[in-house]
Design a binder for this molecule. Structure first.
Ligand SMILES: Nc1ncnc2c1ncn2[C@@H]1O[C@H](COP(=O)(O)OP(=O)(O)O)[C@@H](O)[C@H]1O
Ligand SMILES: N[C@@H](CCC(=O)OP(=O)(O)O)C(=O)O
Length: 391
């Protein structure tokens, strides 16, 4: 299996990279934080102890915590239904978030560790200024020695503008603050080769060197009873972090000493190494934070130019435009099979691309009566996402 490294190499990477990690994002799932009685105070207390210890070693820690909906559900006695309305979830989150923070405040107080609540919506990260504001606040909290506890602001997040899960939110925070490590604590010991409760032959993976299609396919669609994102969201999140040069870990959040075990280099859970040839934070923001407002389908020549030659996208390589978008909008580039191969910011509106697609750069002025740029997407604003062949 090409995506893995040997146990010995994996151990070496863990010891070195955990030792070097100064900024760490730790995401804890609902499946870890809650039990049949609501919030699991014993687990929250273990997390507070371990995070306070890491903080005392001079590291800066962000906690991304789920659990508001699950805690609110228990508090109000609302049973989970298959297609629960968003407004119900939002009301449960509003009820549970206070309980969650109260539990953290108390648990961290044992270690005189101050904490802060930060609730975010996707819109907060997709506007560059708001994104920078959040980053400044988090940095200031670090200066004060505070552990920020982040969750999605579920009460105001509209369905189409959600992060979709806290694994994604955690990966975006990791990149935003330039953390070296993203730790995902969940209710399984590690990533398994197949869904552990459906595939009796599934075995644990220790180190993933590269997140290939094979690795992505290991994740089953289902989540635990309480979770939202499932393993698929965790692998996607690890891929985002790897692309900007960080490491990720997926492991058992109920293990009372999991963070100590990890930082002393024990072989637990699944460790994802950074990908070589990483992208800048700005490009990461373009590719992963912004939601695409449309797409352009490119021909085989343009596909090669983007994937193999690091070129900009010219109108001549475009065969189709999808959606309606304005100048500067984030768009996806698809190959002829419909696979997303790149993301970027468009220099032209969808309507203008419709008119100049397949035409030479020199013809743009004659067709549109103006020319804002030679390229539809300049390579400075373009991020290659994969070849669609196991990348
Ligand atoms: N290949 C796999 N390896 C491990 N767990 C998997 C796999 N595929 C699917 N899962 C499921 O993912 C669940 C963890 O995700 P989730 O329920 O969203 O937890 P959390 O609340 O921690 O985010 C596990 O309980 C398991 O049911
Ligand atoms: N924001 C939601 C959690 C959403 C979520 O991603 O949950 P999970 O899959 O348990 O990490 C809450 O606080 O309940």
């Amino acid at each position: 299996m090409t995506f893995q490294v040997s146990k010995e190499d994996g151990l070496y990477y863990r010891q070195t990279l955990f030792d070097q990690a100064r900024r760490v994002v730790i995401k804890v799932g609902s499946a870890v934080l809650t039990n049949e009685n609501g919030l699991d105070y014993a687990i929250i207390s273990h997390i507070a102890r371990q995070v306070s210890f890491l903080q005392s070693t001079g590291r800066e820690i962000i906690l991304v915590s789920s659990g508001a909906v699950a805690a609110g559900r228990k508090r109000l006695g609302v049973e989970k239904t298959p297609h629960e309305e968003l407004r119900i979830k939002q009301a449960l989150a509003a009820t549970g978030q206070g309980l969650l923070m109260q539990a953290y405040e108390q648990a961290f107080a044992e270690y005189t560790q101050p904490v802060a609540q930060v609730l975010l919506t996707h819109a907060d990260l997709s506007h560059r200024r708001r994104y920078l504001n959040v980053r400044n606040t988090v940095r200031t909290l670090f200066e004060f020695g505070v552990v920020p506890i982040i969750n999605e602001n579920d009460t105001v997040s509209a369905e189409e503008l959600r992060f979709s899960d806290n694994d994604t939110l955690g990966a975006l925070m990791t990149n935003m603050i330039g953390a070296d490590m993203f730790i995902i604590l969940t209710d399984v010991d590690s990533l398994y080769t197949g869904h552990p409760s459906e595939d009796p032959e599934a075995c644990p993976i220790y180190t993933v060197a590269r997140i290939t299609r094979e690795v992505e396919n290991m994740a089953g669609h289902s989540t635990s009873i309480l979770g939202t994102g499932g393993m698929m969201a965790k692998i996607r999140a690890a891929k985002m972090v790897a692309a900007s040069g960080g490491c990720s870990f997926i492991g058992p959040g109920r293990h009372p000493h999991i963070l100590q075990a990890l930082f002393s280099g024990e072989l637990v859970g699944t460790f994802f190494l950074p990908t070589k040839g990483t992208i800048t934070r700005r490009k990461h923001w373009i590719a992963y934070v912004l939601k695409p407002q449309g797409a352009v389908v490119v021909d085989d020549g343009a596909r090669r130019a983007l994937l193999e030659q690091g070129k900009s996208l010219l109108p001549s390589g475009i065969v189709e435009v999808q959606g309606s978008f304005a100048v500067g909008a984030p768009v996806h580039c698809l190959d002829r099979t419909g696979t997303v191969i790149a993301a970027g910011l468009s220099n032209y509106t969808a309507a203008d691309i419709e008119r100049i697609k397949g035409r030479k750069t020199q013809e743009i002025v004659d067709i549109l009566g103006h020319k804002d740029a030679d390229e539809v997407i300049h390579r400075d604003n373009l991020v290659v996402l994969g070849s669609g062949e196991g990348a």
